[in-house]
Design a protein around this ligand. Structure first.
Ligand code: RIB
Ligand code: CA
Length: 294
């Protein structure tokens, strides 16, 4: 039986690859895609999400627009990484599938209430605003979530948007704090893991050579995305951040991690958005996440 998932996303080239991977995986049943403000404003992330499902020929997958800003902070975006559209690298036609009229937060609530408890996994690959808002609005759904598998955070690899914080957590640390305190089983794919999942020239060339529309699009997106990381980290290859969350779902044996306590810093002048991962168990704080390190 395919695993039911909701992908919460801020496309983003790496989000796009993650969504395509999920749609191509028979192990997964995508119940819906919920857009959130992050890499670019919501007005673009929702359009990008619709462009991606249409590119994949999955016009049956409903796309919802969610929160257009973090719970309490002003929105911080990342056009410097993803380009002004959020999906720079290839021009895609405007989507023809409609945006669902239901708010993404309400869709998450309704879906979790409708499906049998413990059968839906949430896959946040952007800021955690929609997830936290759903838990706030409908606390009864928290115990119905099978697991949260998120891309976000960093510890040994340090931050990518500040020295201490990874982008998804940094944009909405208050939302992340709520999610990590929810009691839902969580798997964290942090930069510690995703910075090891780099594209290679051979991989990109193989994508470009695929006789379909998605392969060349993935090649163009990862080439565009790589320019930033090569300049910043000096490493060849683009880190496949968000696809790691999907990869863990379908091939968990490829990854290694530890059940540890992870707290979210929301007050620090220099450390807001930091995932304080107690990897060596030096506190008595209870484990609340499977933190993937490779
Ligand atoms: O820090 C990487 C994360 O931030 C990825 O999810 C990327 O898409 C951006 O949202
Ligand atoms: Ca993302």
């Amino acid at each position: 039986m395919a695993q039911k998932i909701i992908i919460d996303t801020d496309p983003g080239q790496d989000d796009a690859v993650a969504i395509l991977l999920a749609l191509a995986s028979p192990e997964l049943e995508v119940m819906g895609i919920t857009a959130v403000a992050g890499n670019v404003p919501l007005s673009l992330t929702e359009v990008n999400a619709r462009k991606i499902v249409e590119l994949a020929g999955h016009t049956d997958i409903p796309v919802f627009a969610g929160c257009d800003r973090p719970l309490v902070r002003n929105l911080v975006t990342a056009e410097y990484v993803h380009g002004k559209t959020g999906l720079d690298g290839i021009e895609l036609p405007a989507p023809t599938i409609p945006l669902q009229t239901e708010h993404a937060v309400q869709f998450i609530i309704d879906c979790l209430r409708k499906e049998p408890a413990g059968t839906v996994t949430l896959i946040p690959i952007g800021p955690l605003t929609n997830i936290a808002a759903a838990f706030e609005r409908a606390p009864d759904i928290v115990e119905r979530v099978a697991r949260i598998v998120l891309m976000g955070g960093a510890y040994f690899e340090v931050g990518n948007v500040t020295p201490a914080a990874e982008f998804n957590i940094y944009v909405d640390p208050e939302a992340a704090k709520q999610v990590f305190a929810s009691g839902v089983p969580i798997t964290v794919l942090p930069l510690d893991a995703t910075h090891q999942a780099l594209t290679s020239r051979e991989w990109v060339d193989a994508m470009r050579a695929l006789p379909n529309r998605c392969g060349p699009a993935v090649a163009s997106w990862t080439d565009f995305f790589e320019r930033f990381d090569k300049a910043k980290y000096g490493s060849a290859g683009a880190p496949l951040h968000d696809p790691c969350a999907i990869a863990w779902l379908i091939r968990p044996e490829l990854f290694e991690g530890k059940d540890i306590n992870v707290e979210i810093e929301t007050k620090g002048e220099f450390t807001a958005g930091m995932t304080v991962a107690d990897w060596w168990g030096v506190t008595d704080r209870p484990a609340n996440a499977l933190f993937i390190r490779m």
